[in-house]
Design a protein around this ligand. Structure first.
Ligand SMILES: Nc1ncnc2c1ncn2[C@@H]1O[C@H](COP(=O)(O)OP(=O)(O)OP(=O)(O)O)[C@@H](O)[C@H]1O
Ligand SMILES: [Mg+2]
Length: 745
């Protein structure tokens, strides 16, 4: 394969530069990753042994893709390149050298759950307040110290760090850090940050090891260099110190990980570290249409802090950027799903050609539900599907238990979450006792004092009283009111609210988003039954629907903008273009933060090859209150000549959504459910009767559906449903505790 002909002049110069340090700082889509890829292929075709090449990427996916491309040029030898993320490559090296730093070769890698459990135990042993010393918060502090290569000793002796911790009322973090490290060490385990930290330790304390790898890696390359942290910077600097054959590529306008310790300063350091440095500039974008490239340029211009560079493209003008306004987040979801469907059908595209990008994970809910309802397969990259997320499963388990206290899976999940001192052994005992005494677990739980003795028995009984209380409320409230009550009184909201880390906040937002979804369900005039029971059945159906993408089938990609870095898609939707959402409310306090947020928007725009859609909703629920949303300032920052405004549903009457649904029903599957309207208007003095004596055959009047006859009564547990055949709207199933009915017998 003649890869040289696949490069423009500047790209070629960068590929052919094989010796000495080089830096390629260039705009999005200008072929930085392509240059790295072909540069590796070129080195190998010039006789460099692939074992002597180290290439570091930001994600495993990126490494896989790069290897695959190189394989196309040079064949199987590509397998021998040292290529991967910093974490994967250096864990491999640490395994080989483990004994030098006192670790077993088969050391365990702790994931963040393992780390948090360990921290929780340490906090407990130290008798510290676990509300203050939240595992996430403590781990966040330790992690950021490690990424700056601050050891336990330095941490404890640094007056600034100590003052910070004192001010945050957490003076013992240094001590926890110390215990955490010694426990990990004793257990032969490293967490993610240790993989980089210990690599630095290895290279610092064992010059022979450093020397060995300096000899192995004749060539070092780093993609997405703008997002490396200090620890990563130092590792690459040490490795390249001997040969000085290091090439880094990046784009300062795409630096979006400052909150994880990435330091844009590394680019400036690089210039200082290598006076011989060759700098290559790539200015031509090959990815996107003119409209997209120019729109992206017009946005990033608003940032003060950036190396000036103008990106151009010879690609076609392309369609204008579509801005779509919706009335609510659910409508936004529907509009996105239907637009994808319509585009796919009319332009013979594949679902693989579409990506939906959002600022926060919680936004995936509305998108996922809309896609599921239209049977469009999708995959979430770098995260779980909304209903698979831990905190959502936790709250749903409470809701399920409220509706059905015999639900053992739900019971197991939440009996001790949030923590109420019911250990695993006790939990086990509950199940054994139930088996032995031939009772249901729920019966044992309600009488735990009698079965299990005092202290823990009381804790369990209190839990059962709480669930019964929830069930009582569920009898007389709609799904939203009871779910909100449960979120609060189960302790989940408090538990998550105290956790101020990025992950903690995401979890809190997810809970809020679940409640928003329930509120929308309750407010939906099409839903007759507003009970918690009905809501749970409704979501069980959507979450069951098999819209998970098969490995080979086509699918729409959903992800946060952060995980979209480096990727490209024909059609991109950036959703939730609203103030306080994007830019995020938390990024409005300083120019630096706002500029990082704007770089994030720049990354998002530049993922699109052909067509870009920006969508926003004019209202969203927040804790059950409908809140008006203002469209994002970022929309106004795009030069309007690249934009076409389009409006969603109700503003215009005949709208995209209806049109598309119409098309869809012509093309495939059954038409969407028709809403049969009733002409009936309830009299002003409508007053519901007591329905406790309602029976099949009775004639009734409903304030919305008008007159009808009860065809069947259905009682299950505490809930009674009436199936009524209405004269005008046909058969409806109503939950008696909510239905307002007048009896005409
Ligand atoms: N000279 C070229 N001729 C044709 N296509 C090219 C050329 N250079 C790059 N491309 C294509 O342009 C697209 C963008 O390239 P690439 O992903 O390497 O850009 P990048 O600078 O790494 O972008 P990002 O900043 O988003 O990571 C890819 O599809 C790539 O194959
Ligand atoms: Mg790239």
């Amino acid at each position: 394969m003649d890869y040289i002909s696949l490069l423009n002049e500047s790209q070629r110069a960068a590929v052919l530069h094989t010796n000495g340090p080089a830096m390629i700082i260039a705009g999005a889509g200008s072929g930085k990753t392509r240059v790295l890829t072909y540069r590796i292929a070129h080195l190998i075709s010039q006789g460099v042994d692939p074992f002597n090449i180290l290439a570091l990427t930001f994600t495993n996916k990126a490494a896989k893709e790069m290897r695959h491309r190189i394989e196309k040029v040079i064949g199987n030898e590509a397998k021998n390149i040292w290529m991967g993320t910093f974490h994967s490559v250096f864990s491999r090296i640490l395994r080989a050298e483990a004994d030098k730093i006192g670790y077993p070769k088969s050391f365990t890698i702790y994931d963040s759950d393992d780390s948090k459990t360990l921290i929780r135990n340490i906090v407990k042993e130290m008798n510290l307040d676990d509300k203050l010393y939240k595992p996430n918060v403590v781990l966040g502090r330790i992690s950021s110290a490690k990424n700056k290569l601050i050891s336990v000793k330095q941490y404890i002796n640094d007056p600034v760090i100590q003052a910070d911790d004192e001010a945050a009322m957490r003076p013992k973090i240094g001590k926890i850090y110390e215990m955490y490290q010694s426990r990990c060490f004793r257990a032969g385990a490293m967490d993610f940050d240790d993989l980089l930290f210990n690599t630095n330790v290895l290279f610092k304390d064992h010059p022979d090891a450093l020397n060995k790898y300096q000899h192995i890696f004749h060539y070092v390359m780093v993609d997405e260099y703008q997002d490396t942290n200090y620890s990563q910077y130092l590792i690459t600097r040490k490795l390249a110190a001997k040969n000085q054959n290091i090439v880094v590529v990046g784009d300062d306008a795409q630096s979006i990980y400052a909150f994880r310790g990435a330091d844009i300063q590394n680019i400036l350091n690089f210039e200082r570290d290598y006076p011989e440095l060759q700098v290559f500039k790539l200015e031509q974008n090959y990815r996107s249409t003119k409209n997209i490239v120019h729109a992206a340029n017009s946005v990033i211009k608003h940032n003060q802090a950036q190396l000036r560079k103008e990106v151009f493209t010879d690609n076609e003008q392309g369609p204008l950027i579509e801005v779509i306004k919706a009335n609510s987040d659910n409508e936004e979801g529907k509009l996105v799903a239907t637009t994808i469907f319509e585009e796919k059908m009319s332009n013979h595209l594949s679902y693989d050609d579409f990506a939906i990008l959002y600022r926060t994970n919680a936004q995936s809910r509305a998108m996922e539900e809309a896609l599921r309802r239209m049977n469009i397969k999708y995959k979430i990259i770098g995260g779980l599907s909304f209903y698979q997320r831990k905190e959502i499963k936790d709250l749903i388990a409470y809701l399920r238990l409220t509706v059905n206290p015999n639900d053992e899976q739900a019971l197991r999940r939440v009996i001790n979450y949030p923590k109420r001192g019911i250990g695993e052994t006790t939990e086990q005992k509950l199940f054994v006792t139930a088996n032995e005494t031939n009772h249901s677990v729920w019966e044992v739980v309600q009488n735990a004092g009698q079965f299990l003795g005092n202290r823990v028995g009381t804790a369990i009984e209190n839990f059962s009283i709480m669930i019964k209380d929830f069930a009582r409320i569920a009898q007389n409230s709609d799904a939203f009111d009871v779910a909100k009550h449960i979120a609060k009184h189960s302790g989940i909201v408090d538990e998550l609210h105290q956790d101020k880390t990025v992950e903690g906040l995401a979890r809190y937002e997810n809970i809020q988003e679940l409640l928003n979804g329930i509120k929308e369900y309750v407010d939906d005039p099409e839903k007759d039954d507003k009970s918690l029971d009905a809501f749970l059945q409704d979501i069980a159906l959507i979450t069951d629907a098999d819209t998970k993408a098969d490995d080979d089938g086509e699918f729409v990609t959903l992800m946060t903008i952060h995980s979209a870095k480096g990727l490209e898609f024909k059609n991109v939707f950036i959703v939730g273009m609203e103030e306080n959402l994007f830019p995020s409310q938390m990024m409005l306090n300083s120019r630096a933060d706002l500029e990082e947020e704007r770089r994030l928007f720049y990354v998002a725009i530049t993922r699109a090859e052909k067509k870009l859609y920006l969508t926003y909703a004019t209202s969203r629920y927040q804790w059950g209150n409908l809140r008006a949303c203002e469209k994002s300032r970022f929309l106004d920052e795009i030069d309007p000549k690249f934009i076409n405004f389009k409006y969603g549903e109700s503003n215009t009457g005949g709208n995209v959504f209806d049109r598309v649904l119409q098309r869809k029903s012509n093309l495939v599957t059954p038409a969407p459910r028709k809403q049969v309207a009733s002409n009936y208007t309830a009299p002003a003095d409508f007053k519901p009767d007591d329905t406790s004596t309602l029976a099949a055959g009775m004639k009734v009047e409903h304030p919305k559906f008008g007159f009808g006859v009860v065809t069947k009564m259905d009682t299950q547990g505490n809930s009674t449903k009436a199936i009524i055949n209405f004269d005008e709207v046909g058969e409806k199933t109503l939950l008696l505790s909510f239905a307002k009915l007048r009896i005409h017998n």
